[in-house]
Write a protein that binds this ligand. Structure first.
Ligand code: SF4
Length: 528
């Protein structure tokens, strides 16, 4: 078995993902999403930017990382030769050497530990994680003894020190696109440091991250090595004992995962509570401890279960959400005061607004507006599109002209993004504050209105989920905001007009879904 840094990174985010990547049926994986390919290309481009920007001169193994065994051999040879900087190398360590390297955690880092010292430390060590690994080793000997740890640090930089190679040593550097040093980056940096220690016989003086703004960050190995070792122990235990983690669908975490459909279908077949809005992993753990495992039992939940994890307010919300699902109907929140009328304006002319953006370029490239004339019974869609990123200012002005020519029309949208974008665009293109303040008084956020007052029998309060429930269907199969980002990227690179057409259809449908939702809300109010 091979335990890679990628498996470990995924384990930190979702234990089940690592389990399925090792033991799952690969036929059940989803095809890779185009958006993931785009993220990977951006990450590669960022690494190249850093290498160029910092004038880093490097050598790399002649074989790619796909041939990990040969790559690792070549990397080690380059380290023995004292190459200053190695890019694209791999580090491989077997289980026995990993155990030896664990001893170095207790040693003063930066000092050469000779093999005899290592062996004596091995037998005298009281390192908890290592003891646990030993236990696993005893119970699942064959698998663990075959275990190889595999790391792919972006760079290995030669530094002063005494190692198995001579009077030099290496330190690992990982170049990441993230803005902040996330815990999973630090965990992987510690993993790289320990594998490197096992190869060069000495702990690297540091393990570095270079982040989005090309800023360097030194990982605190004193803190992260024990955490990493404990994580490795848990991960190996799970993998060797075939302990498949339970499914838990979390939109944010699962949406880009290649096991999504497999896990979603599993959760659906189990009527898993994670498909109920408001059931977070922590709350789920607590609820199941209390024997609440079905939507029916959630509907019966009572305030005696209040504790530090779950307040009375949350209990009421979960209970009402469960009632809505069981009855398959929209219900008012008990917190909604019937005296407070929901403010949903209806006018002769209404505008429905949705934006498509490219976050990497900090660009709002499509301002879609559906104009609904209730008197004339017409609907006209205005796709204000920047075919070139530099046209953003032009479409902003077109948008201002369009909304100014319908001064009385309320502007319906779904989510806070549109308001944030209007403020950003106004600032960027110097639109007077008073004009924007007046404009924003016409904005009506339907997401906020729904989530403030109503429970619906849905799995999430996204526009897609709500509009699907009221019977609205998008024309583009598999379309999403992420996919639009890919289509726009493709358009910019290849001038493929079909990509633009797909974006416009998707954006128009988003505006139409918002329009349907608004009409449904008005009807719901009338009937209540
Ligand atoms: S879909 Fe979600 S639960 Fe399933 S493996 Fe992926 S991240 Fe984990």
């Amino acid at each position: 078995m091979i335990l890679t840094d990628e498996l470990l990174l995924n384990y930190k985010r979702c234990r089940r993902r690592t389990y399925l990547d090792v033991h799952g049926n690969l036929q059940q994986r989803d095809a890779e999403k185009e958006f993931l390919g785009k993220l990977r290309r951006e990450s590669q481009a960022h690494i190249k930017d850093v290498l160029l920007g910092q004038s880093i001169v490097y050598q790399r193994p002649s074989v790619s990382r796909r041939n990990w065994s040969l790559n690792a051999q070549q990397t080690k040879t380059m380290m023995q030769q004292g190459v200053d900087c190695i890019y694209g190398g791999m580090l491989a360590l077997n289980f026995a050497d990993w155990q030896l390297s664990s001893k170095l955690v207790n040693a003063e880092r930066g000092t050469l530990i000779n093999p005899e010292t290592l062996v004596s430390r091995l037998f005298n060590s009281d390192l908890e994680a290592n003891k646990e690994l030993q236990l696993i080793s005893n119970s699942t000997n064959a698998i663990v003894k075959d275990l190889t740890f595999l790391a792919s640090p972006t760079l290995l930089i030669k530094t002063a020190g005494n190692s198995n190679f001579g009077d030099w040593a290496y330190l690992p550097v990982n170049i990441k696109l993230g803005r902040r040093p996330k815990p999973e980056y630090k965990l992987i940096a510690a993993f790289h440091a320990q594998i490197l220690a096992g190869i060069q016989g000495v702990f690297p003086p540091q393990s570095q991250l270079i982040l989005r703004q090309h800023d360097s960050y030194c990982v605190n190995l004193e803190y992260w090595l024990p955490k990493m070792q404990a994580t490795i122990t848990d991960c190996i235990t799970m993998l060797t004992e075939l302990d498949e983690p339970e499914v838990f669908i979390s939109r944010q975490r699962c949406s880009l995962c290649h096991w999504y459909n497999h896990c979603y279908n599993t959760a659906k077949s189990q009527k898993h509570l994670s498909l109920i809005p408001g059931v977070t992993p922590k709350r789920y753990e607590y609820l199941t401890e209390q024997g609440i495992e079905t939507v029916e039992s959630l509907a019966e939940i009572n305030s005696s279960l209040v504790n530090e994890t779950i307040t009375e307010e949350i209990i009421n919300q979960l209970q009402e959400q469960a009632h809505s699902i069981i009855k398959n109907q929209a219900i008012w929140k008990s917190t909604h005061n019937s005296e407070d009328k929901l403010e949903i304006p209806t006018k002769a002319i209404e505008l429905y607004f949705d934006i498509e953006a490219e976050p990497e370029l900090n660009l709002d490239y499509l301002l879609g507006v559906l104009l609904v004339d209730r008197q004339a019974n017409t609907e006209v869609f205005y796709p204000l599109l920047a075919e070139k990123p530099e046209d953003e200012g032009v479409i902003w002005q077109q948008f201002l002209n369009l909304v100014a020519s319908h001064q009385d029309a309320p502007i319906f949208h779904f989510s806070e993004y549109e308001v944030d974008a209007i403020n950003r665009l106004a600032k960027l293109y110097g639109t007077p504050k008073t004009e924007i303040q007046a404009l924003l008084t016409r904005f009506v956020d339907l997401h906020q209105l729904v989530t403030k007052s109503i429970f619906l029998p849905v799995e999430s309060y996204s526009l897609k989920s709500l509009a699907n429930w009221i019977g609205f269907e998008w024309r583009e199969q598999g379309a999403s905001g992420d996919q639009c980002v890919c289509w726009y990227d493709r358009w910019l690179k290849t001038s493929d007009r079909d990509s633009l057409t797909s974006i416009l259809r998707y954006n128009e449908d988003d505006c139409r879904a918002t329009f349907h939702l608004k009409d449904w809300l008005v009807n719901f109010l009338l009937q209540s």
